[in-house]
Design a protein. Structure first.
Lengths: 343, 370, 154
């Protein structure tokens, strides 16, 4: 991947993280500072063990650390993802306070310093009214481009309890970004824990399939016809067979969900996008071309996912794309999807 | 493993035909009365008084359409699948099935009863299957239901019935209490492998859906059967089950199959980077899958473009591993005559409809003409 | 070709008959006094379409709020539940599906029937329990009621 190819690209998912809680303490009020200082709460992320090759290292925790990475690739825009809320325990008020602090930190440390940067508004799914308030607080800032949620939640994302958040998202044109991982202990097993990291790492794809179906089946796109959803770091090569399955089943059981008025795959193609990492693809370029055709390159949006390392799948994906499709994947689709938010 | 047909002599050749159709997923069903009647007295009284512990399917499972069955499969009395005569007529005879593998779903909620009742339920199911089905029709084969959450009792049940060569596999739920690859279950898998019996994981079991929470709608539940299989297979591979038990063969039943291609790619990519976490895995996950895993077709995927089915069949390496099933009498039944996609070669059709199942289950390749 | 199904009194409202005409199996329905006839073979996988449940259309703009109404003339195949409009054979489950043949049905007086008209045999049928137009179209047949007899046009 040459720097030239990525120049003018839109990087939809580039990670930053505070190096410690101390980094975000200044953005919290006195009560929450004392809450933290008097405890063992921390900010480690359960999904990215530091020694795992796929983790790649710690994300930049300051603009000085980010700048060389950014300048090497020189994208047109990069949307920052801070997953600090994944490590937050279940006190919903603490979670909401941390969300505010994290978003303020991202803005002050990164967004105001570099025109190229945007970020997701991190919110906790523990308290949706608080999440709505946080979105409204930042909606007119001009530097936020999506609403960031973990793909692993306690209740599938189509559920009506989330609908007020989708309403405010639609109102301001913010896509909902469902990013891989979430709180620890949310793997798809009875206990939520897997015996190997291998399993957990591979399971974001299963969770994404469940969330995709929930959003459609619960009529989210009937209620919110302008809502957009992007799956980040969940892969995409699992999509075609799951859409065939979903469409076929809908034909027989549509009466259970008559608000799903079109084929599920029509909703998915219209409302959802998927980032290019991890590009979990076959080795054979001929088969890669088949997969690209089945998925539809128009659903894909480039993400460096820096610093995570998922192998050479993305390079092989790019090699299989026509110039026109490569341009869409690297820039055009995201430009249309985010519109003014990244203009 | 026994074969039902002796080696044909020259004079017998004319009375034999090639096995052309094996249905690897048929569901006969016990009536509640049958079930209670066959339980030991102590457990019959218990069940009559207290019922079963796992929440009833109608309470925990989104509402299936049509009560879960084909509307034309109701016998005069009783639920679809309780009547041999109708099943024989509507399925075995009508579709000229040479061998039908029966899977009784009444024992998939292992682990929610006290161990002796857990074991008794499986004994009842297996004995009933022999007396009411296998003894009646030599086309039928059975699956050994076992109380998987009590591995010692499960092994004992395998030992009790496996000598009957008409049992061709062990039957487990796709959604057990622990991940499928858990070493807790390895003694059961070993016992199966030692006897040359595959282990079939069939959709079902009391599954909390882990992580994300339960779906609201049957549409999600049904379309999610394959997702559960992906999780199950991921666990079997990544926890080293296949590395540990080299002779183990498994069948994934009623979860569809075409999701397998993408699963292989993502597991292979993960292994390339993370293999030092599990040094027991000395080769690519897709190679383990190739050696150990069979799948059935049902519910058959139907892409708009039938060419895509053939492409994914090849991408997933399914040609030698995919086995046809009807899932009679469920509503998502696949008809042997009209559910296979267009464009399969004759050889591919032959493998899907019979060849792969013959190989996995050690079935005869020829049978007497009926 | 005209085929006599039965006397009109033998097919009251909300009832159906499945009849055999040569190799074809055809379901004839009386829905609210309107007659329809449709091929008994679902174009999806060949299920016995006319044994399926009849429903009126269900409409929803808001998740959880559903209005049902209109004539109960959508038959759902007893296998996979794919639905067809009895009047046109049209399926509603999105594009890329095939139609099922609908036949013309009419009630004809005995006197008007010619000797060439075939008689349909009723088949014993198992007890039936119970949008956006797509290319699946079920074969429908013209039905007339001419005074006394239900007649289908094949």
């Amino acid at each position: 991947m040459t720097a030239m190819t990525l120049t003018a690209a839109v990087d939809c998912d580039l990670h930053v993280a505070p190096s410690s809680l101390g980094t975000v303490l200044p953005y919290l009020d006195e009560y929450w500072r004392s809450y933290i200082e008097d405890s063992t709460v921390g900010l480690s992320h359960p999904g990215y063990p530091l020694g795992a090759a796929t983790t790649g290292g710690t994300p930049p925790s300051s603009y000085d650390e980010l700048a060389p990475v950014l300048n090497a690739a020189n994208p047109h825009r990069a949307i920052l993802t801070c997953l600090a809320l994944d490590g937050v325990h279940r006190n919903p008020y603490y979670a909401a306070a941390m969300a505010r602090a994290v978003n303020d930190w991202v803005r002050e440390e990164f967004l105001v310093r570099d025109e190229r940067l945007r970020a997701g508004i991190a919110v906790s799914p523990l308290d949706i009214p608080a999440a709505v308030q946080e979105v409204e607080r930042l909606a007119d800032d001009g530097r936020f481009a999506q609403i960031l949620l973990p793909v692993r939640g306690d209740v599938p994302y189509g559920n009506r309890l989330y609908h007020p958040l989708y309403a405010v998202a639609q109102e301001h044109g913010f896509p909902i970004a469902l990013h891989a991982w979430g709180r620890g202990g949310k793997a798809p097993s009875m206990t939520g824990v897997t015996a190997t990291y291998l399993e957990d790492y591979s399971s974001n794809a299963q969770i994404a399939q469940v969330q995709m179906m929930s959003l459609v089946a619960e009529g989210v796109f009937t209620r919110f016809p302008q809502l957009k959803v992007v799956f980040m770091e969940c892969g995409f090569s699992w999509l075609p067979p799951q859409l065939w399955r979903f469409d076929k089943d809908w034909k027989g059981v549509w009466r259970e969900v008559p608000w799903v008025k079109e084929r599920p795959s029509d909703y998915v193609r219209r409302h959802m996008r998927f980032t290019t990492e991890p590009a979990q693809l076959p080795q054979d370029p001929h088969q890669i071309a088949q997969v690209v055709e089945m998925v539809g390159p128009e659903l894909l949006m480039y993400a460096s996912d820096y610093p995570h390392q998922h192998g050479d799948g993305f390079e092989r994906l790019l090699a299989a794309l026509s110039d026109e499709d490569a341009e869409s994947v690297l820039r055009g689709t995201a430009a249309a999807f985010y519109g003014d938010l990244i203009a | 493993m026994i074969t039902e047909v002796d080696v044909p002599s020259a004079s017998e050749e004319g009375r034999l035909k090639d096995v052309a159709l094996v249905d690897v997923d048929i569901h006969p069903r016990m009536t509640p009365a049958d079930f209670v009647r066959r339980l030991p007295e102590r457990w019959a009284r218990h069940v009559e008084r207290y019922g079963l512990r796992a929440p009833a399917i109608r309470d925990r499972y989104p509402r299936p359409r049509n009560k879960g069955v084909r509307a034309d499969a109701w016998p005069e009395t009783g639920f679809p699948g309780t009547d041999y005569g109708l099943l024989r007529k509507q399925l075995l005879d009508e579709h000229k099935i040479d061998f039908g593998i029966m899977l009784v779903l009444d024992a998939l909620d292992s682990g929610y009863e006290r161990p002796p009742l857990d074991a008794a339920i499986c004994q009842v199911v297996n004995d009933w299957l022999v007396e009411e089905w296998l003894d009646r029709d030599d086309r039928l084969r059975g699956s050994i239901a076992v109380p998987i959450e009590n591995p010692a009792l499960a092994v004992a049940e395998i030992e009790r019935v496996a000598a009957d060569g008409r049992f061709v596999q062990i039957l487990l739920p796709a959604s057990a209490q622990e991940s499928a690859g858990s070493p807790k279950y390895w003694p059961v898998y070993r016992a199966a492998a030692e006897r040359g019996l595959p282990v079939a994981f069939h959709t079902g079991g009391y599954n909390d859906h882990g992580g994300t929470g339960r779906p609201s709608f049957y549409l999600e539940e049904h379309a999610g059967y394959g997702v559960i299989m992906q999780t199950l297979l991921t666990s079997l591979v990544c926890e080293g089950t296949f590395a540990e038990i080299p002779d183990l063969k498994i069948a994934l039943v009623e979860g569809g199959a075409l999701w397998l291609a993408a699963l292989k790619w993502r597991l292979d990519d993960a292994w390339r980077q993370l293999r030092d976490e599990m040094p027991e895995l000395d080769r690519l996950p897709s190679e383990y899958i190739r050696e150990h895993v069979w799948l059935d077709t049902q519910p058959m995927e139907e892409p708009d473009n039938p060419k895509h089915f053939l492409q994914v069949l090849e991408q997933a390496g399914l040609e030698d591993r995919l086995m046809f099933a009807t899932d009679y009498p469920h509503w998502d039944f696949d008809s042997p005559s009209s559910s296979l996609p267009r464009g399969l070669s004759r050889e591919q059709r032959g493998k899907l409809l019979a060849g792969n199942a013959i190989e996995l289950y050690g079935l005869p390749s020829k049978v007497a003409r009926r | 070709m005209k085929v006599v199904v039965c006397h009109v009194e033998d097919l009251p409202a909300e009832e159906r008959k499945i009849v055999k005409v040569g190799k074809r199996s055809i379901g004839v329905f009386n829905v609210d006094g309107e007659f329809y006839a449709i091929s008994n073979r679902c174009p999806h996988q060949g299920g016995p379409l006319c044994v399926g449940r009849l429903s009126s259309w269900a409409e929803s703009e808001i998740p959880g709020e559903v209005e049902v109404g209109g004539s109960a003339r959508f038959v759902a195949c007893p296998w996979h539940g794919w639905e067809y409009d009895l009047a046109t054979g049209q399926s509603f489950m999105g594009p890329n599906e095939i139609g099922v043949k609908a036949f013309d049905v009419c009630v004809t007086s005995g006197a008007a029937l010619s000797e060439d008209v075939a008689h349909a045999e009723e088949q014993r049928s198992p007890t039936a329990t119970g949008r956006e137009p797509g290319p699946y179209v079920a074969e429908t047949f013209q039905v007339h009621v001419e005074a006394d007899y239900v007649v289908i046009e094949i």
